[in-house]
Design a protein around this ligand. Sequence first.
Ligand SMILES: [Cu+2]
Ligand SMILES: [Zn+2]
Length: 177
Amino acid sequence: MGGVTQKMTDTVKNVPGLGTTGIHAVAVLTDPSNGQVYGHVDFVEASDGVVTVSGEIKNIPDKQKRGFHIHEFGDTTNGCTSAGAHYNPDNHEHAGPQDELRHVGDLGNITGGSGNVAKFNFKDSIIKLTGSKSIIGRSIVVHEKEDDLGRGNSADSKKTGNAGGRMACGVIGIKKN
Ligand SMILES: [Cu+2]
Ligand SMILES: [Zn+2]
């Protein structure tokens, strides 16, 4: 029994990117249909478990919001569609990042800025880069519309935030510290 535990520990220790300064992950987003929307997102999990999410996405019109979520599968075989639904291991309804009950993947919106670039840097204490609900190996998706954070009046609001189609996506992988 102890041997299994030991093996697991060794495996975790040897994962590149898992150092004393926390685990780092990255996703490079591309638009499989026309290449318009692209960029990258970095994730760093601190020792207190809070994850800092930062990065930039190109071709997001100035001042416009676009839904931004972690989806369940790290699979882009069929473009961003094969990333599946919002990552929701606890079976909650769709909501906003500040809501107590939400999909783990509900990161809300990113907002375009000058030069039509969305730059962001925020912290989230629900997503994790470690443990059984780690987001590593899953995907991050930018949508064509604003996420209504579960406050819209259509049935989809509590499932997807009515954020429309998928403009770009990328698989979340381990990054060198
Ligand atoms: Cu999404
Ligand atoms: Zn959601």
